[in-house]
Design a protein around this ligand. Structure first.
Ligand code: ATP
Length: 214
């Protein structure tokens, strides 16, 4: 099975996330793509973060009716900070060696990978799909990979990926650029502005009913 894992704060999930994962799922012909809200994100301050259960519920609403996309509560089921390495190892054990795991990440998050727990181990556990994002560039991805991850990664132009003799690959994917962030959505809610078409209608209704981000 070809599995995709997309982690995020999803505070709230928005159409930038959704369009991105649809393009990833189609390009890499993934059988399942799991969207995983981080219960206790190590890199984000607690203030302004909606309850993990609410963020999970918004992800559930957002993927309704979208084949291959699923919300996963795996990080809510664990206590403590939510570390990606633990999530990837969990799926590695759960689905067994026949499954191929792809970890999906925007280039902004990827450029901070050296601050993640056991980050070298991530590359021994899952392939990476690094997506472009407006406002974020990693000018020299190759140099970044060689400096911070491993010198043994070599670019393979035919597959748009960096391959490694022992570790998993790092793929780069140009996606449709939607300049949308959860930060901006939260700010607009606070200002009483509309967020229509930035999030699915079901998510917009949930935010309103629960009175989130006011
Ligand atoms: P915030 O503004 O609160 O920091 P965010 O909009 O960046 O939130 P996250 O939940 O932190 O959303 O992001 C989860 C993942 O989705 C990250 O890998 C990030 O790079 C990616 N991502 C978020 N928004 C977009 C977008 N508009 N286009 C492409 N990737 C995105």
């Amino acid at each position: 099975m070809r599995l995709g894992v997309f982690g995020g704060t999803f505070n709230p999930i928005h159409v930038g996330h959704l369009r991105a994962v649809i393009e990833v799922q189609e390009t890499f012909t993934l059988d399942r793509l799991l969207l995983i809200p981080s219960a206790n994100p190590p890199h984000k301050g607690a203030e302004d973060i909606a309850a993990a259960e609410d963020r999970l519920q918004m992800v559930r609403l957002a993927v309704q009716g979208l084949p291959s996309l699923e919300a996963s509560d795996v990080e809510l089921a664990r206590s403590g900070l939510s570390y990606t390495i633990e999530t990837l190892q969990y799926f590695h054990n759960y689905f067994g060696p026949e499954s191929v795991i792809h970890f999906v990440v925007g280039v902004d998050a990827f450029s901070e990978i050296t601050t993640w727990k056991s980050y070298h181990q991530l590359f021994a556990t899952a392939h990476f799909i690094v997506m472009t994002r407006p406002g974020s560039t990693l000018n020299n991805l190759e140099r970044f990979i060689h400096t911070h991850i491993s010198r043994d990664y070599q670019y393979d132009t035919t597959a748009s990926r960096y391959g490694h003799p022992r570790w998993c690959s790092i793929f780069c994917l140009n996606i449709t650029h939607l300049d949308i962030s959860a930060t901006q959505i939260r700010e607009w809610i606070r200002q009483g502005r509309s967020i229509r078409f930035l999030v699915p209608a079901t998510v917009e209704a949930f935010i309103k009913t629960r009175g989130l981000y006011r």
